[in-house]
Design a protein around this ligand. Structure first.
Ligand code: ATP
Length: 286
Protein backbone atom coordinates (compact mmCIF):
# COMPACT_ATOMS: atom_id res chain seq x y z
CA UNK A 1 0.00 0.00 0.00
CA UNK A 2 2.26 2.76 -1.34
CA UNK A 3 1.09 6.20 -0.16
CA UNK A 4 -1.64 4.73 1.99
CA UNK A 5 -2.73 7.66 4.14
CA UNK A 6 0.58 7.46 6.02
CA UNK A 7 0.48 4.95 8.81
CA UNK A 8 -3.25 4.85 9.50
CA UNK A 9 -3.46 1.15 8.69
CA UNK A 10 -1.35 -1.60 10.18
CA UNK A 11 -2.88 -4.10 7.74
CA UNK A 12 -4.19 -2.95 4.34
CA UNK A 13 -7.98 -2.90 4.20
CA UNK A 14 -8.03 -5.40 1.33
CA UNK A 15 -6.17 -7.88 3.53
CA UNK A 16 -7.86 -7.11 6.85
CA UNK A 17 -11.38 -7.34 5.42
CA UNK A 18 -11.11 -10.14 2.89
CA UNK A 19 -13.45 -13.01 3.72
CA UNK A 20 -11.48 -16.13 4.67
CA UNK A 21 -12.94 -19.64 4.53
CA UNK A 22 -14.29 -20.58 7.94
CA UNK A 23 -14.90 -16.99 9.01
CA UNK A 24 -18.17 -16.72 10.95
CA UNK A 25 -20.16 -13.50 10.81
CA UNK A 26 -21.73 -14.41 14.16
CA UNK A 27 -18.27 -13.66 15.61
CA UNK A 28 -17.97 -10.30 13.86
CA UNK A 29 -17.89 -7.19 16.03
CA UNK A 30 -19.56 -4.62 13.82
CA UNK A 31 -18.08 -1.81 15.95
CA UNK A 32 -14.57 -3.01 15.18
CA UNK A 33 -12.21 -1.25 12.79
CA UNK A 34 -10.04 -4.04 11.30
CA UNK A 35 -6.60 -2.98 10.14
CA UNK A 36 -7.09 0.67 11.11
CA UNK A 37 -4.89 1.92 13.93
CA UNK A 38 -5.60 5.63 14.14
CA UNK A 39 -8.39 7.87 15.44
CA UNK A 40 -11.84 8.73 14.09
CA UNK A 41 -10.60 12.26 13.32
CA UNK A 42 -7.75 10.83 11.25
CA UNK A 43 -10.17 8.46 9.56
CA UNK A 44 -12.47 11.30 8.55
CA UNK A 45 -9.57 13.41 7.30
CA UNK A 46 -8.20 10.47 5.34
CA UNK A 47 -11.56 10.01 3.63
CA UNK A 48 -11.15 13.32 1.88
CA UNK A 49 -7.48 12.81 0.99
CA UNK A 50 -7.96 9.26 -0.23
CA UNK A 51 -11.13 10.27 -2.05
CA UNK A 52 -8.96 12.57 -4.16
CA UNK A 53 -6.65 9.65 -4.97
CA UNK A 54 -9.66 7.53 -5.89
CA UNK A 55 -10.98 10.30 -8.10
CA UNK A 56 -7.75 10.54 -10.04
CA UNK A 57 -7.57 6.76 -10.55
CA UNK A 58 -11.15 6.73 -11.76
CA UNK A 59 -10.39 9.55 -14.20
CA UNK A 60 -7.60 7.42 -15.66
CA UNK A 61 -10.01 4.52 -16.12
CA UNK A 62 -12.50 6.86 -17.76
CA UNK A 63 -9.82 8.29 -20.07
CA UNK A 64 -8.82 4.77 -21.11
CA UNK A 65 -12.46 3.90 -21.69
CA UNK A 66 -12.75 6.85 -24.06
CA UNK A 67 -9.81 5.33 -25.98
CA UNK A 68 -11.57 1.98 -26.36
CA UNK A 69 -10.35 0.14 -23.25
CA UNK A 70 -13.21 -2.10 -22.10
CA UNK A 71 -12.10 -2.51 -18.50
CA UNK A 72 -14.40 -1.41 -15.70
CA UNK A 73 -14.72 -1.66 -11.93
CA UNK A 74 -17.93 -2.78 -10.25
CA UNK A 75 -18.59 -2.06 -6.58
CA UNK A 76 -21.28 -4.35 -5.18
CA UNK A 77 -22.81 -3.13 -1.91
CA UNK A 78 -24.86 -5.63 0.06
CA UNK A 79 -26.09 -5.03 3.57
CA UNK A 80 -29.07 -5.09 5.88
CA UNK A 81 -31.30 -2.01 6.06
CA UNK A 82 -29.51 0.97 7.66
CA UNK A 83 -26.07 -0.55 7.03
CA UNK A 84 -25.22 2.69 5.24
CA UNK A 85 -25.27 1.82 1.56
CA UNK A 86 -26.70 5.20 0.57
CA UNK A 87 -24.15 7.06 2.68
CA UNK A 88 -21.40 4.99 1.12
CA UNK A 89 -22.45 6.14 -2.30
CA UNK A 90 -22.66 9.80 -1.22
CA UNK A 91 -19.47 9.95 0.83
CA UNK A 92 -17.17 7.61 -1.11
CA UNK A 93 -18.42 7.58 -4.69
CA UNK A 94 -19.25 11.27 -4.24
CA UNK A 95 -15.54 12.01 -4.67
CA UNK A 96 -15.64 10.76 -8.22
CA UNK A 97 -16.79 12.58 -11.38
CA UNK A 98 -20.42 11.44 -11.81
CA UNK A 99 -19.86 11.13 -15.57
CA UNK A 100 -17.71 8.10 -14.92
CA UNK A 101 -20.14 6.36 -12.55
CA UNK A 102 -22.92 3.94 -13.50
CA UNK A 103 -24.98 3.74 -10.30
CA UNK A 104 -27.93 1.35 -10.00
CA UNK A 105 -30.11 0.55 -6.98
CA UNK A 106 -31.95 -2.76 -7.09
CA UNK A 107 -35.33 -2.81 -5.38
CA UNK A 108 -38.18 -5.29 -5.47
CA UNK A 109 -38.26 -6.55 -9.09
CA UNK A 110 -40.78 -4.83 -11.34
CA UNK A 111 -43.40 -6.88 -13.18
CA UNK A 112 -41.23 -6.81 -16.27
CA UNK A 113 -38.14 -7.92 -14.33
CA UNK A 114 -40.10 -10.75 -12.75
CA UNK A 115 -40.85 -12.12 -16.20
CA UNK A 116 -37.11 -12.54 -16.84
CA UNK A 117 -34.27 -14.55 -15.31
CA UNK A 118 -33.03 -12.84 -12.13
CA UNK A 119 -29.70 -11.96 -13.78
CA UNK A 120 -31.43 -10.13 -16.63
CA UNK A 121 -31.75 -6.79 -14.87
CA UNK A 122 -28.22 -7.12 -13.51
CA UNK A 123 -26.71 -7.80 -16.93
CA UNK A 124 -28.46 -4.72 -18.32
CA UNK A 125 -26.97 -2.61 -15.55
CA UNK A 126 -23.32 -3.68 -15.88
CA UNK A 127 -20.82 -0.83 -16.22
CA UNK A 128 -19.55 0.06 -19.67
CA UNK A 129 -15.82 0.12 -20.42
CA UNK A 130 -14.10 2.93 -18.50
CA UNK A 131 -16.90 3.22 -15.93
CA UNK A 132 -17.09 2.65 -12.21
CA UNK A 133 -20.29 0.70 -11.66
CA UNK A 134 -22.02 0.82 -8.29
CA UNK A 135 -24.69 -1.69 -7.33
CA UNK A 136 -26.73 -0.67 -4.29
CA UNK A 137 -28.04 -4.19 -3.60
CA UNK A 138 -27.53 -6.65 -6.42
CA UNK A 139 -28.09 -10.17 -7.76
CA UNK A 140 -27.23 -11.32 -4.24
CA UNK A 141 -30.73 -10.32 -3.14
CA UNK A 142 -31.76 -13.45 -5.02
CA UNK A 143 -29.98 -15.60 -2.43
CA UNK A 144 -30.76 -13.29 0.52
CA UNK A 145 -34.27 -11.81 0.73
CA UNK A 146 -35.50 -14.45 -1.70
CA UNK A 147 -34.07 -17.26 0.43
CA UNK A 148 -35.26 -15.78 3.74
CA UNK A 149 -38.82 -15.29 2.48
CA UNK A 150 -38.90 -18.45 0.39
CA UNK A 151 -39.97 -16.51 -2.72
CA UNK A 152 -38.74 -19.45 -4.81
CA UNK A 153 -38.32 -23.11 -3.81
CA UNK A 154 -35.11 -24.08 -2.04
CA UNK A 155 -33.89 -26.13 -5.00
CA UNK A 156 -34.02 -22.96 -7.07
CA UNK A 157 -32.15 -20.58 -4.75
CA UNK A 158 -29.60 -23.28 -3.88
CA UNK A 159 -28.65 -23.52 -7.55
CA UNK A 160 -28.02 -19.79 -7.70
CA UNK A 161 -24.70 -19.78 -5.83
CA UNK A 162 -22.96 -21.73 -8.61
CA UNK A 163 -24.81 -19.74 -11.22
CA UNK A 164 -23.64 -16.47 -9.69
CA UNK A 165 -20.05 -17.72 -9.50
CA UNK A 166 -20.19 -18.61 -13.17
CA UNK A 167 -21.77 -15.26 -14.05
CA UNK A 168 -19.05 -13.37 -12.18
CA UNK A 169 -16.31 -15.48 -13.74
CA UNK A 170 -17.55 -14.46 -17.17
CA UNK A 171 -17.73 -10.86 -16.03
CA UNK A 172 -14.11 -10.94 -14.90
CA UNK A 173 -13.22 -12.41 -18.29
CA UNK A 174 -14.70 -9.40 -20.04
CA UNK A 175 -12.52 -6.99 -18.05
CA UNK A 176 -14.68 -6.08 -15.05
CA UNK A 177 -12.97 -5.99 -11.66
CA UNK A 178 -15.41 -6.83 -8.89
CA UNK A 179 -15.26 -5.27 -5.43
CA UNK A 180 -17.91 -7.06 -3.36
CA UNK A 181 -18.63 -5.43 -0.04
CA UNK A 182 -20.80 -7.08 2.61
CA UNK A 183 -21.79 -4.41 5.14
CA UNK A 184 -22.67 -5.44 8.66
CA UNK A 185 -24.46 -3.48 11.39
CA UNK A 186 -25.47 -4.92 14.73
CA UNK A 187 -29.12 -5.38 15.64
CA UNK A 188 -28.77 -2.66 18.32
CA UNK A 189 -27.17 -0.17 15.98
CA UNK A 190 -29.87 -0.84 13.42
CA UNK A 191 -32.50 -0.09 16.06
CA UNK A 192 -30.87 3.19 16.97
CA UNK A 193 -30.60 4.22 13.29
CA UNK A 194 -34.27 3.39 12.73
CA UNK A 195 -35.21 5.35 15.88
CA UNK A 196 -33.40 8.41 14.53
CA UNK A 197 -35.46 8.17 11.36
CA UNK A 198 -38.62 8.33 13.46
CA UNK A 199 -37.43 11.30 15.49
CA UNK A 200 -36.79 13.71 12.63
CA UNK A 201 -39.32 14.85 10.02
CA UNK A 202 -36.50 15.20 7.49
CA UNK A 203 -35.71 11.50 7.99
CA UNK A 204 -39.25 10.10 7.84
CA UNK A 205 -38.88 9.47 4.12
CA UNK A 206 -36.11 6.99 4.89
CA UNK A 207 -38.26 5.03 7.31
CA UNK A 208 -39.92 1.92 5.98
CA UNK A 209 -42.25 0.04 8.39
CA UNK A 210 -41.22 -3.14 6.57
CA UNK A 211 -37.70 -2.76 8.04
CA UNK A 212 -39.10 -3.59 11.50
CA UNK A 213 -40.74 -6.72 10.12
CA UNK A 214 -37.40 -7.77 8.61
CA UNK A 215 -35.68 -7.33 12.00
CA UNK A 216 -37.65 -10.33 13.26
CA UNK A 217 -35.98 -12.36 10.54
CA UNK A 218 -32.48 -11.34 11.63
CA UNK A 219 -31.22 -14.90 12.37
CA UNK A 220 -32.45 -16.14 8.99
CA UNK A 221 -30.69 -13.22 7.30
CA UNK A 222 -27.50 -14.00 9.22
CA UNK A 223 -27.65 -17.57 7.88
CA UNK A 224 -28.28 -16.33 4.37
CA UNK A 225 -25.37 -13.88 4.55
CA UNK A 226 -23.08 -16.57 5.92
CA UNK A 227 -24.02 -18.95 3.09
CA UNK A 228 -23.51 -16.18 0.53
CA UNK A 229 -19.99 -15.54 1.84
CA UNK A 230 -19.14 -19.24 2.12
CA UNK A 231 -20.32 -20.07 -1.37
CA UNK A 232 -19.55 -17.01 -3.50
CA UNK A 233 -16.29 -15.63 -2.14
CA UNK A 234 -13.85 -16.74 -4.82
CA UNK A 235 -10.15 -16.14 -5.43
CA UNK A 236 -10.79 -13.54 -8.14
CA UNK A 237 -14.06 -12.13 -6.80
CA UNK A 238 -13.70 -12.24 -3.02
CA UNK A 239 -16.11 -10.71 -0.55
CA UNK A 240 -14.89 -8.03 1.81
CA UNK A 241 -16.63 -8.11 5.19
CA UNK A 242 -16.97 -4.54 6.45
CA UNK A 243 -18.13 -3.72 10.01
CA UNK A 244 -20.45 -0.72 9.65
CA UNK A 245 -21.50 0.44 13.13
CA UNK A 246 -18.88 3.20 12.75
CA UNK A 247 -19.69 4.96 9.52
CA UNK A 248 -16.41 6.86 9.37
CA UNK A 249 -14.59 3.51 9.38
CA UNK A 250 -16.72 1.74 6.78
CA UNK A 251 -16.36 4.70 4.42
CA UNK A 252 -12.59 4.96 4.59
CA UNK A 253 -12.34 1.16 4.39
CA UNK A 254 -14.37 0.97 1.18
CA UNK A 255 -12.39 3.89 -0.26
CA UNK A 256 -9.22 1.85 0.33
CA UNK A 257 -10.77 -1.28 -1.20
CA UNK A 258 -11.58 0.68 -4.34
CA UNK A 259 -8.15 2.29 -4.52
CA UNK A 260 -6.60 -1.17 -4.19
CA UNK A 261 -8.77 -2.49 -7.05
CA UNK A 262 -7.90 0.44 -9.29
CA UNK A 263 -4.20 0.19 -8.52
CA UNK A 264 -4.20 -3.47 -9.47
CA UNK A 265 -5.30 -2.40 -12.97
CA UNK A 266 -1.98 -0.54 -13.35
CA UNK A 267 -3.59 2.13 -15.46
CA UNK A 268 -1.57 4.58 -17.53
CA UNK A 269 -2.86 7.73 -19.20
CA UNK A 270 -3.79 6.87 -22.79
CA UNK A 271 -1.42 7.91 -25.56
CA UNK A 272 -2.75 10.76 -27.74
CA UNK A 273 -3.99 9.78 -31.19
CA UNK A 274 -2.56 13.03 -32.59
CA UNK A 275 0.91 14.55 -32.76
CA UNK A 276 1.30 16.82 -29.72
CA UNK A 277 3.95 19.11 -31.23
CA UNK A 278 1.98 19.56 -34.41
CA UNK A 279 -1.13 20.42 -32.40
CA UNK A 280 0.78 22.92 -30.24
CA UNK A 281 2.00 24.65 -33.38
CA UNK A 282 -1.41 24.65 -35.00
CA UNK A 283 -2.98 26.05 -31.86
CA UNK A 284 -0.35 28.80 -31.55
CA UNK A 285 -0.96 29.81 -35.16
CA UNK A 286 -4.71 29.84 -34.83
P1 ATP B 1 -32.98 0.57 0.82
O1 ATP B 1 -33.61 -0.29 1.89
O2 ATP B 1 -31.96 -0.19 0.01
O3 ATP B 1 -32.44 1.86 1.35
P2 ATP B 1 -35.59 1.32 -0.02
O4 ATP B 1 -36.07 1.08 1.36
O5 ATP B 1 -35.80 2.67 -0.64
O6 ATP B 1 -34.06 0.93 -0.23
P3 ATP B 1 -36.08 -0.06 -2.43
O7 ATP B 1 -34.77 0.41 -2.97
O8 ATP B 1 -37.28 0.35 -3.19
O9 ATP B 1 -36.30 0.24 -0.91
O10 ATP B 1 -36.03 -1.64 -2.39
C1 ATP B 1 -35.24 -2.31 -1.54
C2 ATP B 1 -35.97 -3.56 -1.18
O11 ATP B 1 -36.05 -4.40 -2.35
C3 ATP B 1 -35.28 -4.37 -0.11
O12 ATP B 1 -36.19 -4.72 0.87
C4 ATP B 1 -34.81 -5.61 -0.87
O13 ATP B 1 -34.75 -6.75 -0.07
C5 ATP B 1 -35.84 -5.72 -1.96
N1 ATP B 1 -35.34 -6.51 -3.09
C6 ATP B 1 -34.24 -6.27 -3.83
N2 ATP B 1 -34.06 -7.26 -4.73
C7 ATP B 1 -35.06 -8.13 -4.57
C8 ATP B 1 -35.42 -9.35 -5.18
N3 ATP B 1 -34.68 -9.86 -6.16
N4 ATP B 1 -36.51 -9.97 -4.75
C9 ATP B 1 -37.27 -9.46 -3.76
N5 ATP B 1 -36.99 -8.32 -3.12
C10 ATP B 1 -35.91 -7.66 -3.52
Amino acid sequence: MADNAAGLWETPAAEALRFRPGMQIADLDSRSTPGFVSSKIDGKRALHERGTVLSSLQEKLYANGRSGDNRSVLLVLQGMDTAGKGGMVRHVIGHVDPQGVDHVAFGVPTDEEKRHHYLWRVTKALPRGGQLGVFDRSHYEDVLVVRVHGFVPETVWRGRYDEINQFEKELLGTGTTLVKVAMFVSLDEQKSRLQKRLERPDKYWKYNPGDVTERKLWPAYQDAYQAMLDKTSTEDAPWYVVPCDRKWYSRIAVTELLIDAFERLRLEWPEPDFDVDTEKRRLAES
